[in-house]
Design a binder for this molecule. Structure first.
Ligand SMILES: Cc1cc2nc3c(=O)[nH]c(=O)nc-3n(C[C@H](O)[C@H](O)[C@H](O)COP(=O)(O)O)c2cc1C
Length: 387
């Protein structure tokens, strides 16, 4: 679609969310108090405008949940810094009157290479919980990977959703339970399973511990059997016995493509290809697991080189700008996922906030493609990186 027309669409479709914006203060995590004027969504011109607004609206506990990383949060910081340090090489006098961000991923046609990463406990971020996110993802036209740590059951999410869903699986120790969850995800229409493999234990989340993190009363975790049965805690979590054998077993009980999320090491990427998984996600869990693990954009090139196009490689961690997405694609990623940015949108303005965040990133990606003379995703390669 021509850039100018897309711009017009973004600004009209996002104005509607303005009335929702409400203040927070010292409330229970998911609560809002009605009424006070806040900026119209159209005035939030950049993804970075959402974070302060979200922080005002969240309780201390929910703020720590969204912002927090492991230990000193160095990896959280590096995820951002590493993107900022990469320079882009412009290319001029290319016809960029039509920018096409479309792609095919695992046989699914997507309008743009931005997915919503799996994130836990949306009822701690917005009173509408995951149903609200589902509506936002639908408005945005974005594929959403629903977390195993959802507070809402998949059938209710599927009813609210108008766009494609994948399901992120934390493989629990009871295989029967996991099989039932997988079948529930299939029945709800999820089109892929994303198995998170970087969480045999949970990283030391000091920010959350200082905020005395716990779920608000009344919230449940229907797919976290180990937590519910007291085998794991929200802060210590993890399936410490999980190995490659569980991946093979899982592939035997589902007809869905299985992706692995949380790969940084090229040797693990090689092993993933050998295990015939459908794709991998280069991720350090938003800096929430192993602190001082490298930035994902720094780890990405060695992984895409090793995988050499045999399976799709996605990446997340610190994506906040269209130029970040361009950089990730230049280093060989097929698509990116965003975590905190859409949670900020959700906290600030519910479904419309989620949609606005995605639309802003999408616009910025198109602008970055135009300014580097790359009208389609296929035109993006390493030569777009300066030096
Ligand atoms: C509040 C929060 C909860 C998360 N919950 C999960 C989860 O349940 N499962 C999972 O695989 N990753 C989880 N993640 C990690 C995200 O999927 C993703 O890897 C990360 O947020 C990307 O980094 P970004 O937030 O800088 O975009 C969570 C991240 C955040 C911020």
């Amino acid at each position: 679609m021509p850039l100018s027309r897309r711009k017009a669409l973004v600004s009209t479709s996002t104005l509607v969310g303005a009335a929702f914006l409400l203040p927070a203060k010292a409330q229970s995590p998911a609560a809002r108090s009605p009424g006070t004027a806040t900026p119209p969504l159209a005035d939030l011109v950049s993804v970075s405008d959402f974070e302060p607004l979200a922080e005002e609206r969240l309780s201390e506990v929910s703020r720590a949940l969204v912002k927090g990383g492991a230990a000193d949060e160095l990896t959280v910081r590096w995820n951002r810094e590493a993107f900022d340090q990469i320079r882009l090489r412009p290319r001029v006098l290319v016809d960029v009157s039509r920018i096409d961000t479309g792609l095919t991923l695992l046989g699914q046609r997507l309008p743009f290479p931005i997915l919503l990463a799996p994130t836990a406990y949306h009822a701690m971020v917005h009173p509408g919980g995951e149903a609200e996110t589902a509506r936002g993802a639908g408005k945005a036209g974005a594929l959403w990977v629903v977390s195993s740590a959802t507070n809402t059951r998949l059938d209710a999410i599927a009813r609210a959703a108008t766009g494609p869903l994948w399901f992120q699986l934390y493989v629990q120790s009871d295989r029967r339970f996991v099989t039932d969850v997988v079948h529930e995800a299939e029945a709800a229409g999820c089109r892929a399973l994303v198995v998170t493999v970087d969480a045999p234990v949970v990283g030391p989340r000091y920010r959350q511990m200082r905020a005395k993190f716990k779920l608000s009363p009344g919230l449940s975790l229907p797919y976290m059997d180990d937590v519910n049965k007291g085998r794991d805690s929200l802060l210590r979590g993890g399936n410490t016995r999980m190995t490659w054998a569980e991946i093979e077993w899982l592939q035997s009980v589902t007809r869905l493509p299985v992706l692995l999320k949380g790969i940084l090491n090229p040797d693990d990427a090689e092993r993933a290809v050998a295990s015939r998984v459908a794709g991998i996600i280069v991720s350090n869990h938003g800096g929430r697991m192993l602190d001082t693990a490298p930035a994902t954009i720094a780890a990405l090139p060695a992984v895409t080189e090793r995988v050499a196009g045999r399976i799709p490689v996605l990446v997340d961690g610190g994506v906040r700008r269209g130029t970040d997405i361009l950089k990730a694609l230049a280093f060989g990623a097929n698509a990116v996922l965003i975590g905190r940015p859409y949670l900020h949108g959700l906290a600030a303005a519910g479904a419309d906030g989620v949609a606005r965040v995605v639309a802003l990133l999408r616009d910025e990606l198109e602008q970055a493609m135009a300014l580097t003379g790359r009208p389609t995703l296929a035109d993006i390669d390493r030569s777009v990186i300066w030096g």
